[in-house]
Design a protein around this ligand. Structure first.
Ligand code: NAD
Ligand code: ZN
Ligand code: ZN
Length: 391
């Protein structure tokens, strides 16, 4: 079968590999009909998440049809049209019972060393050996462990092109908005106008935000215009266009007295400057806008809330703990979104037209084009937002 493999830093290739087999009693083999690329795949492409091995199959957002299954799988039959969650949960452990499926105890490896280094979540499809080494769904077939837990049936009125996004991006955006407590009247600033940031903006408005200010720049500046086209109420800051002496923080304070109530990080640690920034500070060198977490802390109103959804691994940045403590700022790790907590509710929202995944969909491509699409998505070319990869 065809699959997309990681072959080294910034190198993904289409390869031919054997079709996966049932290994465990509750495995489902899924014939993939649709998948997509996520900002998280870019971290893997860049080698920014450790323990990726040459030949690893990528892809954690996919939907398809049940091809075959182990004897222990209940509630599914061959041919069922389903979407997979990006995390692999057992459905029975302490966290899974609370539907906090991204923290499943059976599929992760939360040793002290791992938590110290960067924390471990549940196993994830196509997300390197850091999360269990499970082959991903940017392929013709994929093995889904605990298939009856990690696959959700799609009703006839929800096509693949909408249902696919329940696997990650919709749950992630909703999680960051709900978990950071966006409520009626809040002014929300969002860093990163990618698919996650865009949907977080839409969902902030759904939750009653009075203003949403989107921040992005560089090669992705066009995303700000795109958000404005889709959500005329949204306001934007292009961090690469700010006049000298103006920072994202000062601009936000100028736009809203005291700053926003809520800051949502939908970018990722790999774009922050990390330790290099610390030394620059010591040397008195002017800092730039990639210091997202500190920007968030210093931008929000006193007692404001900052939620982190972009992926960070281990120790990143120095934090402005002084500002955080003195002003009562809430810094919230939103975690890998627990898809199982939200996906039924989100499916209902799609059916009722309360959220429309088509809004993010910018390109439809075939699986054979996947390697080229990765390069374009990484370079922010061709105005790629969310892609539907037909398999
Ligand atoms: P994306 O790569 O398409 O978008 C990220 C955007 O951030 C880009 O447009 C980029 O230009 C912008 N950016 C870079 N530096 C910036 C800065 N200093 N200030 C403001 N914006 C900046 O990614 P995406 O698919 O939208 O995902 C966003 C993040 O969410 C990624 O880190 C991804 O790994 C993460 N993610 C987390 C979860 C979760 O469950 N927590 C799930 C999915 C994705
Ligand atoms: Zn993802
Ligand atoms: Zn579990």
């Amino acid at each position: 079968m065809k699959a997309l493999a990681w072959m080294g830093k910034n190198d993904v290739q289409m390869v031919e590999i054997p079709k996966p087999k049932i290994i465990e009693d509750r495995d489902v083999i899924l014939r993939v009909t649709g998948s997509t690329i996520c900002g998280s795949d870019l971290h893997l492409l860049h080698g920014a998440v450790v323990q990726l091995q040459k030949g690893d199959i990528l892809g954690h957002e996919f939907c398809g049809r049940v091809d075959s299954m182990g004897a222990g799988v209940k509630g599914l039959k061959q041919g069922d049209r389903v979407v997979a969650s990006f995390q692999i949960a057992c459905g029975e452990c302490m966290y899974c019972k609370k539907k906090l499926s991204s923290q499943c105890e059976r599929t992760n490896s939360n040793t002290i060393e791992n938590v110290m280094y960067g924390g471990r979540t549940a196993g994830m499809f196509g997300y390197s050996h850091f999360t269990g080494g499970f082959a991903g769904g940017q392929a013709e077939y994929v093995r889904v462990p605990y298939g009856d837990v990690n696959l959700l049936k799609l009703p006839d009125d929800v096509p693949d092109e909408k249902g696919l996004y329940l696997s990650d991006v919709l749950a992630t955006s909703w999680n960051c908005v709900v978990d950071t407590g966006v409520k009626e009247g809040d002014v929300v600033a969002i860093w990163g106008a990618g698919p996650v940031g865009e949907m977080a903006a839409e969902m902030s408005f759904t939750n009653g935000a009075s203003r949403v200010i989107m921040i992005d720049g560089g090669a992705a500046s066009w995303r700000l215009d795109l958000c404005k086209e889709k959500m005329p109420k949204i306001e934007t800051i292009n961090y690469t266009d700010l006049p000298r002496g103006t920072t994202v923080t000062s601009k936000l304070k100028e736009m809203e007295h005291g700053g926003p109530d809520v800051a949502l990080e939908c970018v990722a640690g790999e774009y922050a400057k990390g330790w290099a920034h610390y030394f620059e500070m010591l040397l008195g060198i002017e800092t730039d806008t990639s210091e997202i977490i500190n920007e968030m802390i210093t931008s929000v109103k006193n007692y404001g809330r900052c939620g982190i959804t972009g992926v960070y691994v281990g120790f990143t940045n120095h934090f402005n703990i002084g500002s955080l403590m003195e002003r009562g700022i809430r810094l919230i790790g939103n975690g890998q979104a627990p898809v199982h907590l939200y996906w039924e509710q989100l499916l209902q929202m799609i059916r009722e037209g309360k959220t429309d995944p088509y809004k993010m969909l910018s390109h439809r491509v075939k699986i054979e084009e996947m390697d080229i699409v990765y390069k374009k998505f990484d370079a922010r070319e061709d105005h790629m937002q969310k892609i539907f990869v037909q398999t």
